[in-house]
Design a protein around this ligand. Structure first.
Ligand code: TXA
Ligand code: MG
Length: 349
């Protein structure tokens, strides 16, 4: 299949044309990779079972791992699900934005989209291209991350092209994603909510609007869900792994620098991902260091981590050393992705 690749220009007329073309493809049952504020997504109509089948095929994704349905405004949740006051309380605070809420689904959403479940994950993206595309197509869109299953999600169009060129109809390039990690996924409970996948909307932020916030065990312990009873089926699959081996080192900054200095191979096949302030402060004993280019806090690290894991692969690294992040705030999302990238490969020096 020939994939059309189009760049968002900032010129309203040109961009409207691109979005209209993409909307036509989606209405006809085709697939378009789109930017969102979190990661790039692979969009197809959520009303057509055939589109869902194509999405699973293009990603090489198991068909029992459900897709998130993206809508233009929170009120549109009524068209596909049964939202209640608890949903709207969260929506008023966090939508549009990187929050996904699990709701009981209506009949019009095919079970192919929800992996056979009677619930549907609903999200309202804030990225203007994604938002406009949903509006213009008039369809809710099923949009998983636009990577081949199992590897880090794409946060720039080049990474989407690596994974999807020739497999889908169109790719829209709008530069790097702002957040860099996928949305927070929550299910509603009687007295609050439970985080099934952490993201930029943190437990601390959710607590302020929705009472009691629990974090699913599988968020910090991937081995807690090896069976099909996973609350969020995505949590039971291998995930976010680059080709290189990832080793998470549980320690403080100084110990990390010492660990790397004594363990990293002196050749070009191993390296460190860290923030640039740490790269300056410590002597890691290697030239191979990749850092986020726009800051040293958890947010900057989150924004760049998937990008850098893929970068390490393209440099031919065989092993990546990363200091284990803490489990609070946005770092919980980083921790969740990195323990999966590492496949349980952690050490405590
Ligand atoms: O930020 C995001 O959410 C991105 C962008 C593209 O919007 N999308 C994304 O989709 O990350 P995906 O398919 O890569 O991850 C969806 C996650 C999976 O872990 C899946 O198991 C879970 O959401 N999920 C989807 N529907 C669910 C449901 N009905 N019940 C429980 N978990 C569900
Ligand atoms: Mg994904």
């Amino acid at each position: 299949m020939k994939t059309i690749i189009k760049k968002i220009t900032g010129n309203e007329k040109t961009d409207d044309k691109i979005i209209k073309k993409a909307a036509d493809i989606i209405k006809r049952g085709g697939l378009v990779a789109i930017p969102t504020e979190t990661v790039y997504g692979l969009a197809g109509s959520a009303l057509l079972e055939d589109s869902a089948r194509k999405i699973f095929e293009a990603k090489g994704r198991p068909s029992d791992n459900p897709l998130i349905v993206h809508i233009a405004v929170p009120e549109d949740a009524e068209k596909i699900a049964y939202p209640d006051e608890r949903f709207y309380r969260l929506a008023r605070e966090f939508m549009p934005g990187p929050l996904t809420v699990i709701l009981k689904k209506k009949e019009n959403i095919p079970t192919e989209v929800t992996g056979g479940l009677d619930t549907v994950a609903v999200r309202c993206p804030s990225n203007p291209v994604a938002h406009r595309l949903i509006e213009v197509s008039g369809h809710p869109i099923a949009t998983p991350s636009a990577n081949r299953s199992g590897i880090p999600s794409p946060t720039c169009a080049e990474h989407v092209i690596e994974d999807m060129d020739g497999r889908i109809d169109m790719i829209i390039d709008a530069g790097r994603c702002d957040i860099g990690l996928e949305s927070t996924v929550v299910k509603l409970t009687d007295d609050g909510c439970m985080i099934l996948r952490p993201g930029a909307i943190t437990a601390e932020m959710l607590e302020k609007v929705c009472g009691n916030v629990k974090v699913a065990e599988a968020v910090t312990r991937p081995d807690a869900v090896k069976d099909s009873k996973a609350e969020s089926p995505g949590m039971k699959y291998k995930h976010y792994s680059p080709k290189a081996e990832v080793l998470l080192v549980e320690c403080d900054d100084k110990e990390f620098s010492e660990y790397v200095r004594t363990h990293v191979s002196p050749d070009v096949t191993e390296g460190v991902i860290t923030t640039s302030d740490k790269a300056e402060a410590y002597d890691f004993g290697t030239e191979n260091i990749l850092c986020p280019d726009d800051g040293n806090d958890a947010k900057a690290f989150a924004r760049s981590i998937f990008f850098l894991l893929r970068e390490a692969d393209s440099l031919g690294w065989k092993k990546i050393y990363i200091k284990c992040p803490p489990k609070d705030g946005v770092s919980l999302a980083l921790y969740n992705r990195l323990i999966r990238s590492a496949g349980g490969n952690t050490v405590k020096p």
